[in-house]
Design a protein around this ligand. Sequence first.
Ligand SMILES: Cc1cc2nc3c(=O)[nH]c(=O)nc-3n(C[C@H](O)[C@H](O)[C@H](O)COP(=O)(O)OP(=O)(O)OC[C@H]3O[C@@H](n4cnc5c(N)ncnc54)[C@H](O)[C@@H]3O)c2cc1C
Length: 371
Amino acid sequence: MQSRKRVLVIGGGLAGLISSCVLAKNGVEVVLFEKKQYPFHRVCGEYISNEVIDFLTREGLLPAHIDFPKIGQFEFTDTHGKGSRTPLDLGGFGLSRYVLDYWLVQKAMQLGVTLLERSNVIDVIYDQTADKFELELAGGEKYLGDFVIAAHGKRSKIDKVLHRPFIEKRSPYIGVKYHINSDLDRSVVALHNFEGGYCGVNAIEDQKFNLCYLGSREQLRSYGSIDEMEKHVLMKNPALNRIFKESEFLFDKPEVINEINFEPKLPVENHLLMVGDAAGLITPLCGNGMAMAIHAGKIAAEAILSLQSRKEVEKYYTQNWNREFKRRLQVGRWTQRLFGSKFSSTIAYYILQKSPFLANQIIRNTHGKTF
Ligand SMILES: Cc1cc2nc3c(=O)[nH]c(=O)nc-3n(C[C@H](O)[C@H](O)[C@H](O)COP(=O)(O)OP(=O)(O)OC[C@H]3O[C@@H](n4cnc5c(N)ncnc54)[C@H](O)[C@@H]3O)c2cc1C
């Protein structure tokens, strides 16, 4: 009789949580390592594409009891605040990561996942002779597993240990997030441009909004503080000026991250299945990284559930990952050039105004279908 597979999952974001839930539901032993303690906020726009709705509903992984806003329109303003609105084909919904991830953690534990919080993975080695992985935590504890799902997000110290090439490149971006109360339209996801970046605004649960932007590290350095940078750069866009002046900001201080890297990565490295941002972060303007993390988590779990040999699992995951995500990541990188400067955002404004067909093509090529 075959022994039960044991899967070690590094990182409890959406990619790690979804793959853990699907595996555990199907009888696999899962140990999930998360370096932080739930619940916690993450820098994220918290707009989730509807492509995940069918899958989450089918798997019982959608917190349907929460009254989250349905979002069906896209608004764009250039750096001068000139705006345009267009309906979204598929649309999405807004839900904070604080709520969604925490709810999924409870689900994962109900399904039998062993969750180890405050567990920072510092090394993972594949032993070819034993055909097993050995994973090590910062405290020195070691764990053995048959497969490892690396769902540690866009950048982690573990990437350095694994010698992943992108880790050497510095990124010019920072990410900043707030929750706010505002009188904005709750059915709209907006992208407001400013010199050096763009800011997303959309409704989430409890009548709140998420305001999250991708800005420039260099600008933050030259203005000396987030507050000064927002005053001198973001608020030059009249649409953002109004939002900043007329909204109630609900955090004591913003959530901030740096080193946001959009470099291409590989879906399988050192026999680890790289899932979610660990395999590549799509530019946030696509509003799609969460859907991709969920979808990739599903594919990784399916590969482990349905195939026996490591070679087959890695091949299935690589082929399906490339088919679903490679092009979307490329189009996302290309589209980002249309954002974050006066000149390019004016062009993007005219594309949206004069060529809804082209705008729709861009949206279609960065989004997947329901699965
Ligand atoms: C500014 C910005 C705005 C965005 N807006 C949106 C949006 O509106 N819609 C959307 O769909 N996507 C958006 N995204 C993208 C989205 O946030 C990510 O694609 C998504 O969070 C990826 O999920 P993940 O599970 O791969 O990684 P994460 O959610 O980052 O989870 C990784 C987890 O791994 C843990 N971890 C890391 N290293 C270790 C370790 N060594 N040991 C143990 N645990 C570890 C971390 O603590 C973390 O909990 C945005 C991204 C940015 C930067």
